[in-house]
Design a protein around this ligand. Structure first.
Ligand SMILES: Nc1ncnc2c1ncn2[C@@H]1O[C@H](COP(=O)(O)OP(=O)(O)OP(=O)(O)O)[C@@H](O)[C@H]1O
Ligand SMILES: [Mg+2]
Length: 217
């Protein structure tokens, strides 16, 4: 398996004569209204590790508690915004670059944005972190390849082993594990409910949430 290519194309900035326009609504205004800060929960991990399952469950939980929360999911984004991108290292980098910028906009808007993407390259995840600055939280959704392959919820590992899918993470393309994630959740040894609870507990601590009402947790 190849590592991250050294010769990756640098981002070509084509826009010029662009001026920043200031908002009249501040982050503090948004926080005061919603009762919580915005930020990005970046879920990374192998296909089948449980990113989408946990992202949607955490979104539902937080939504029901009154939070502004939204999931950007890899499969969904590739059907729209990133429909023109494949799975080569350069296309994966551009996929994550765009999503990192979009997630950062959601965070600025006061949302807790859960981004569920394999995002196999460390450098790409660091770009996403740079876009959202201190509001970025890397959550490693961790399961060994054997477990993911046994689950194979979309039948993709089977196809990849048969050679029908190229550049498949873990089989024919690399996955670079997070060196020091903000949180690592082991989905191979824990139930969905326990994993959701760990993430929600983390959100509670990391976002230092103001009480939203009597039933806030
Ligand atoms: N503790 C757990 N957390 C999450 N998923 C689990 C857990 N235990 C078992 N599973 C199962 O593992 C599978 C995970 O599939 P899911 O689609 O969420 O993976 P994914 O990481 O989003 O993969 P992809 O990158 O291909 O989109 C589901 O079938 C889910 O029910
Ligand atoms: Mg998924």
């Amino acid at each position: 398996m190849e590592g991250y290519p050294d010769q990756r194309q640098a981002l070509i900035v084509k826009s010029s004569n662009v001026t920043n326009v200031e908002h009249k609504v501040s982050s503090a205004d948004r926080t005061a209204r919603s009762g919580h800060r915005g930020g990005v929960l970046w879920f990374t991990g192998l296909s089948g590790a449980g990113k989408s399952t946990l992202a949607m469950a955490v979104e539902q939980y937080l939504f029901q508690k009154g939070f502004h929360v939204y999931v950007l999911d890899g499969d969904n984004v590739r059907r729209g915004l990133n429909v023109n991108l494949g799975f080569s290292p350069d296309d994966r980098a551009e996929n994550i670059r765009r999503v990192g910028e979009v997630a950062s906009l959601f965070a600025d808007a006061g949302f807790i944005c859960i981004a569920a993407f394999i995002s196999p390259y460390r450098a790409d995840r660091e770009h996403a972190r740079a876009a959202a600055r201190e509001g970025f939280h890397e959550i490693y959704i961790q399961a060994d390849l054997e477990t993911c392959e046994r689950r194979d919820p979309k039948g993709l590992y089977r196809k990849a082993r048969a050679g029908a899918i190229r550049d498949f993470t873990g089989i024919s393309a690399p996955y670079e594990e997070p060196a020091s994630p903000d949180l690592a959740v082991d989905t191979a040894g824990n139930s969905v409910e326990d994993c959701v609870q760990r993430i929600v507990d983390y959100v509670d601590r990391a976002f230092a949430l103001a009480p939203l009402g009597e039933d806030a947790w």
